[in-house]
Design a protein around this ligand. Structure first.
Ligand SMILES: CC(C)(COP(=O)(O)OP(=O)(O)OC[C@H]1O[C@@H](n2cnc3c(N)ncnc32)[C@H](O)[C@@H]1OP(=O)(O)O)[C@@H](O)C(=O)NCCC(=O)NCCS
Length: 140
């Protein structure tokens, strides 16, 4: 992901997430040296992800497939690519947080071997009040 991607990434982010990252959040992620990726299908942006690796831990911060590409295996392909990058950097496990109401993401993560290791109570702002975050971990 580069500065030139941010117009479409920020636009997609706003339609895909209840609490979307802002352009500044992505700029800050670049500045922090996070690993940020876009997947392009025949010239059309299809998905993006942001993560960081510290020592043997990878943390997935943002992971999205654009609606017209969902349900076609791209999420799985993206995750496999990220895991390869993580392994090359010495990571042994990946952590992420997800809303319990996000059934598609939960199904993908569980199918890929993520297990729930904790729950942050009332972590996310939600359409009605707040929502917990499930903390999940997968071996790489
Ligand atoms: C979650 C998300 C990344 C999944 O991406 P995707 O490309 O549609 O997922 P895939 O097609 O690779 O599916 C992989 C597996 O995930 C599961 N899955 C994906 N979408 C699902 C859905 N809507 N319902 C049930 N299971 C689903 C399936 O088990 C699937 O494997 P299978 O087809 O062999 O059964 C995508 O829906 C998305 O970007 N959602 C909006 C943003 C978001 O919520 N991001 C995650 C924030 S934590």
């Amino acid at each position: 992901m580069a500065d030139a991607d941010l117009d479409w990434v920020v636009n997609a982010e706003a339609t895909l997430h209840f609490m979307p990252w802002t352009r500044q959040n992505f700029v800050d992620a670049f500045a922090a040296g996070y690993s940020a990726w876009v997947w392009v299908n025949e010239g059309t942006p299809a998905g993006y992800a942001v993560m960081f690796v510290v020592l043997d831990e990878a943390h997935l911060l943002d992971f999205s497939v654009l609606p017209s590409f969902q349900g076609q295996g791209l999420g799985r392909t993206m995750m496999q690519h990220l895991w390869q990058v993580c392994r090359e950097q010495g990571a042994l496990q990946m952590f992420l947080e997800v809303r319990p109401s996000n059934k598609a993401a939960l199904a993908l993560y569980r199918r890929m071997g993520f297990a729930e290791i904790g729950r942050r109570k009332q972590y996310y702002p939600a359409p009605e009040g707040r929502e917990d975050a499930l903390v999940m971990k997968a071996p790489l």
